[in-house]
Write a protein that binds this ligand. Structure first.
Ligand SMILES: Nc1ncnc2c1ncn2[C@@H]1O[C@H](COP(=O)(O)OP(=O)(O)O)[C@@H](O)[C@H]1O
Ligand SMILES: [Mg+2]
Length: 676
């Protein structure tokens, strides 16, 4: 919105300049809000019809508190703004005569909105919403007019509701304390009870409310609904062919849709700097840096998921501290927003659904998996893939609609998703490990292959961190401007990408194939961003980076398997060497002298079991990460699932004494080690 102070301008440059400025401001107002005809089209596009709102019948339900008839709410009953263009931008000196704006007794009671100071017969009127009433005189006394200021200037522009005739709201346009115009789609639900929630939000956004006019405000907001209808979206993401962000909607039918939220101040999808700046400072650094290019492609992949009919999922960068993992995430976030865009795993454990509403069809960036309770990781990974929150009961006990979402996730950590999950006592299911693909961030210089002009890995990372503060929030919108208008069949296009030699999973298992498909999707997202002119990368760069991602994912998986093999071999070797000397029969009642005891053995229906003492187990696994090695044994079925407390050692009574021991099934150490 234009914030020109026309009074100052009138003083400085004369009225002609003001008029010219007003004409252009009016044009921009029309441009921003769309003209009436266009909004009607938009409503048709989203399948909404104007119905009975044109009727001028007073609403009997609202007769209340001295407002016997709510009618003629000025300015907003047809189209977005019936104000003269001059009114729309705060021109006080040039306004029409005041007398015509103060309603006569025959028009009362009614509300009027004055965007500016107004001089009337009875005196000056402050800018704002005014209620003009009429008070019946006692006995034969004539009725007296009443006037109450309700709040600062606030127009009701449209009725909003979701695709299922629920979640009704009003699109409000108001002037805040600083004199700036602002929009908010207010859920009508906030008017329940005494309406404190609604007033709290409005006050927070800079609307001043007269403390004595609380009920009048509620009446005003529920007065004759404006004719204009809009579809509201309660989540960020696709809404028909439009893409909804908290502050804007992108697409050809965008003017018929708005983001509706009971909360103000969504500061995730913010903008700073320029698209050119982002391209030079961030995108350019991704050339010949496959992990950075992959992270950026992943960020563009969010909106592609729905277009490709693909499920949510993500990429998890694993590696040592200070290699640039968080930097990768920050770069990915810079496509959509600023510093507040990034989430940590910790903050997300409880707030998954809220996060999903803000990052649906977009990038969800979760930093540092170790900050999350390992027991929660599994549930989160599951929820991410599954795309829905926990079912909650509504206040009335009815099952509330579950929040659904689909995000592309970028995540970081020093340990893999599977390892973290195992720490929490969950074994990563096959499906989960391909939902979140572990990508080692160990390249030439930390996470980087090329430093371009930077002297060191640190300098390179820090330059990206700085740039993502300076330039953010443009690339995603530029991408969506093109994507929302691109009618091609992305499912078919994805199939073509999957068929590329780079993503062939020959000789691999089903999971390799699925992972290859995810990398093909990343390649597609990155290539589309390049084709749309957003990235400035050479054609094919995103395919190359995704292919490299697939290669290192496969290699790391292979290594994981190798390590597991080594662990199993080590334990079976240990048993072979010391099985007789340092273990004895657990059921033998007599005294046994065993030097350097490593444990006991016993025969079960499943075969022989070696019960390792903690020291024996540690000795056998020397050189391996103890927890990881136990995970590997468990995965092979050689150790049982951990008990409820997460511990794998079990309590045994041997020779009258209680001991904690690890029961190792020797048969399971063989060649069939149950990969996956
Ligand atoms: N590739 C790198 N080589 C050397 N130091 C680095 C590298 N990347 C980052 N750092 C150092 O680590 C700090 C933190 O970077 P960050 O991306 O948050 O690392 P991580 O998340 O991997 O721990 C940086 O400010 C920088 O000093
Ligand atoms: Mg980090």
């Amino acid at each position: 919105m234009n914030n020109t102070d026309f009074n100052d301008m009138a003083a400085l440059s004369g009225l002609d300049a003001v008029k010219r400025a007003i004409t252009s401001a009016a044009a921009s107002v029309m441009g921003e809000h769309q003209c009436k005809a266009e909004s009607a089209t938009a409503c048709d596009l989203v399948g909404l019809q104007n119905t009975d709102a044109e009727s001028d019948e007073p609403n009997a339900a609202l007769i209340n508190n001295g407002v016997s008839q709510v009618s003629g709410v000025q300015a907003n009953n047809d189209g977005l703004s019936a104000d003269t263009p001059a009114d729309a931008d705060g021109v006080s000196q040039v306004s029409a005569t005041a007398a015509s704006k103060i309603p006569g007794t025959d028009e009362r009671p009614c509300f009027r909105v004055f965007d500016d100071w107004l001089e009337g017969d009875g005196g000056k009127y402050r800018p704002g919403v005014w209620h003009f009433g009429i008070k019946q005189g006692k006995n034969d006394a004539p009725p007296t007019p009443t006037e109450n200021r309700v709040c600062s200037p606030l127009h009701i522009e449209a009725v909003t509701f979701d695709g299922q005739d629920n979640n009704f709201g009003r699109l409000l346009r108001f002037k805040n304390t600083l004199g700036r115009w602002r929009n908010w789609a207010m859920p009508m639900e906030l008017l329940r009870g005494a309406g404190d929630d609604m007033r709290g939000e409005l006050l927070g956004m800079g609307v001043e409310i007269d403390p004595t006019a609380k009920t009048l405000l509620a009446n005003y907001l529920q007065a004759k609904p404006p004719k204009r209808r809009m579809r509201c979206a309660l989540q960020v993401g696709w809404c028909g062919d439009s893409f909804v962000l908290p502050d804007t909607v992108i697409g050809t039918a965008a003017s018929g849709v708005i983001f509706q939220s009971g909360e103000r101040g969504h500061d995730e999808h913010t903008q700073a700097g320029t698209l050119d700046g982002w391209r030079e400072e961030i995108a350019a650094r991704a050339v010949d840096n496959p992990l950075l290019l992959l992270a950026l492609s992943a960020s563009f992949a969010g909106p592609m998921l729905a277009r490709c009919n693909a499920e949510g999922g993500g990429v998890h960068f694993v590696g040592d501290s200070s290699t640039g993992k968080t930097t990768l995430l920050e770069a990915g976030c810079s496509i959509w927003g600023g510093a507040n865009y990034r989430r940590s795993w910790r903050a997300t454990a409880n707030g998954m659904e809220g996060a999903a509403a803000l990052f649906n069809d977009c990038l969800l960036a979760l930093d540092e998996i170790s900050e999350c309770d390992p027991r929660e990781v599994g549930a989160i990974v599951y929820a991410l893939g599954n795309g829905r929150g926990k079912q909650r009961a509504g206040r009335t006990g009815s099952a509330r609609a579950v929040t659904r979402w689909r995000c592309f996730v970028l995540s970081t950590g020093e340990r893999t998703i599977a390892t973290t999950m195992q720490e929490g006592g969950h074994r990563a299911k096959a499906g989960q490990s391909v939902r979140m693909l572990d990508i080692p961030s160990a390249r030439l210089y930390g996470a980087w292959d090329t430093l371009h002009d930077s002297p060191s890995g640190t300098a390179f990372s820090d330059a990206i961190k700085r740039a993502s503060v300076t330039h953010h929030g443009h690339a995603g919108r530029a991408f969506l401007e093109k994507l929302t208008r691109d009618g091609q069949d992305f499912c078919a296009l994805l199939e073509r990408f999957k068929a590329l030699a780079e993503f062939s999973a020959d000789g691999g298992e089903g999971q390799d194939k699925r992972a290859a498909g995810r990398f093909a999707l990343l390649a597609l997202a990155g290539e589309m961003a390049t084709e749309y002119g957003v990235t400035g990368w050479p054609e094919g760069a995103a395919i190359k980076a995704a292919a490299e991602g697939f290669r290192v994912w496969r290699a790391a998986r292979g290594r994981g398997n190798d390590e597991r093999r080594q662990i199993l071999d080590r334990v079976s070797g240990f048993i072979e060497r010391h099985g007789d000397g340092r273990f004895s029969d657990a059921d033998h009642n007599g005294e046994t002298q065993t030097r350097d005891r490593a444990g006991w053995w016993r025969d079960t229906t499943e075969g022989r079991e070696y019960l390792f003492t903690a020291e024996g187990m540690r000795e056998a696994l020397k050189g391996f990460d103890f927890a990881r090695a136990l995970d590997a044994l468990q995965e092979a079925g050689a150790l049982p699932q951990p008990a409820a407390d997460g511990k794998r050692a079990r309590f045994y009574r041997i020779g009258g004494r209680g001991v904690k021991l690890y029961p190792v099934q020797v048969d399971k150490l063989g060649s069939d080690h149950g990969a996956g």
